[in-house]
Design a protein around this ligand. Structure first.
Ligand code: ADP
Length: 266
C-alpha cells in the first residue's frame, strides 16, 4: 500500500512540475508579447508625431527656399508641428510618471487650488485639437478651493480630455462639469463617442489595456488611464467611468474636500 501511495505521490509531483513548467513558459510568452506590444506602441507613439514635425518643418523650409511661402503655410505648418510636439510631450510625461509611480519615487505637492486653474491650463494646450468642437464647462463651485497637486491634476485632466477628443467623432461636444457631492469635489468629463463596453469598464484602467488594439489610426499606449488611477489614489481621490444614459463615456475625477486651516473654508 505504501509503495502504491509513493508511486501516486511521485506521479502527482511530476504532473505538478509539468504544469509549473507550462505555466512558466506561458508567463514568459505573455511577458514577451506584452514587451513587444509596448515596444511597438511606444515606437509608434514617438515616431508618428516626430515624423509629422519633421515633415511640416521640411515642407516649410522648401517653400521658403523657393520663395513660395505664404502666411497661411506658416500658420498651418507651425500649428501642426506644435500640436504634435505637445502630443510627444504628454506621452513622455506619462511614461516618466509611470516609471516614477512604479518605483515609488514620486512626490506630491498638494495645496489649495481653484479647480478652474489646472483645467484652464489643459484647455490652453488642447485648444488646437478641439477644431470644430465645443467644450462646454459648467462650474458649480465658484470660489471654492480644493486640495490637490496642480501639476498632477493637469496631467490627469489632460489624459481624460485628450481621450474624449480621440475617441469621439469630430464635431461632437464635450462637457466638463465641476461640482461637489458627498464631501467630494468632482470633475465630470462626458463625450459623445461610442462609450465603453460594459465588460471593459474596469479594465480600461489596467496598464496597456486598449479597446482598439487593431486601430493604428488612434495613437496611444494604454498607459494614460492606468497613470490617472495611480495619481488619483495617491492624492486620496478616485477616478471612475460609466456610460452616460444619453450615450458617450463619462469619466469622474473625485477629490476629498479638506477644510482650510487658515480660513475655515474649503
Ligand atoms: P490610450 O488612449 O493611450 O490607448 P488610455 O489608458 O488613456 O490609453 O485608455 C485605455 C483605452 O480605453 C483606450 O485605448 C480606449 O480603448 C479606451 N478609452 C479611453 N477613453 C475613452 C473614451 N472617452 N471613449 C471610448 N473609449 C475610451
Amino acid at each position: 500500500l505504501l509503495s502504491a501511495l509513493a508511486d501516486q505521490i511521485a506521479t502527482t509531483l511530476e504532473r505538478i512540475e509539468l504544469t509549473r513548467d507550462m505555466t512558466e513558459s506561458r508567463f514568459r510568452e505573455e511577458r514577451e508579447k506584452l514587451r513587444s506590444l509596448l515596444l511597438s506602441s511606444v515606437s509608434h507613439d514617438l515616431k508618428t508625431p516626430l515624423a509629422s514635425i519633421i515633415g511640416s518643418m521640411s515642407v516649410l523650409r522648401s517653400l521658403k527656399a523657393s520663395g513660395r511661402v505664404t502666411e497661411e503655410h506658416v500658420d498651418t505648418l507651425t500649428e501642426t508641428a506644435l500640436d504634435e510636439a505637445q502630443r510627444l510631450d504628454s506621452f513622455i510625461t506619462n511614461i516618466l510618471s509611470m516609471t516614477k509611480i512604479e518605483s515609488g519615487d514620486i512626490e506630491f505637492d498638494t495645496a489649495f487650488h481653484d479647480p478652474m486653474e489646472p483645467l484652464g491650463r489643459v484647455l490652453k494646450t488642447l485648444k488646437p485639437k478641439l477644431k470644430e468642437r465645443s467644450l462646454n464647462i459648467e462650474n458649480t463651485v465658484q470660489g471654492m478651493e480644493i486640495m490637490m497637486d496642480a501639476m498632477m491634476t493637469v496631467q490627469v485632466l489632460q489624459n481624460i480630455i485628450d481621450n474624449a477628443i480621440k475617441y469621439s467623432p469630430d464635431g461632437t461636444d464635450i462637457d466638463v462639469l465641476l461640482e461637489c457631492t458627498d464631501d467630494y469635489f468632482h470633475y465630470k468629463i462626458r463625450d459623445r463617442g461610442p462609450g465603453i463596453p460594459e465588460h471593459m469598464l474596469e479594465r480600461v484602467f489596467d496598464k496597456y489595456e486598449r479597446l482598439n488594439k487593431s486601430d493604428s489610426q488612434i495613437a496611444g499606449t494604454g498607459l494614460g488611464l492606468a497613470i490617472t488611477k495611480a495619481v488619483m489614489s495617491a492624492q486620496g481621490g478616485t477616478v471612475a467611468v460609466s456610460n452616460h444614459a444619453e450615450g458617450g463615456a463619462q469619466f469622474i475625477l473625485s477629490y476629498p474636500i479638506v477644510e482650510s486651516k487658515e480660513t475655515g473654508v474649503v
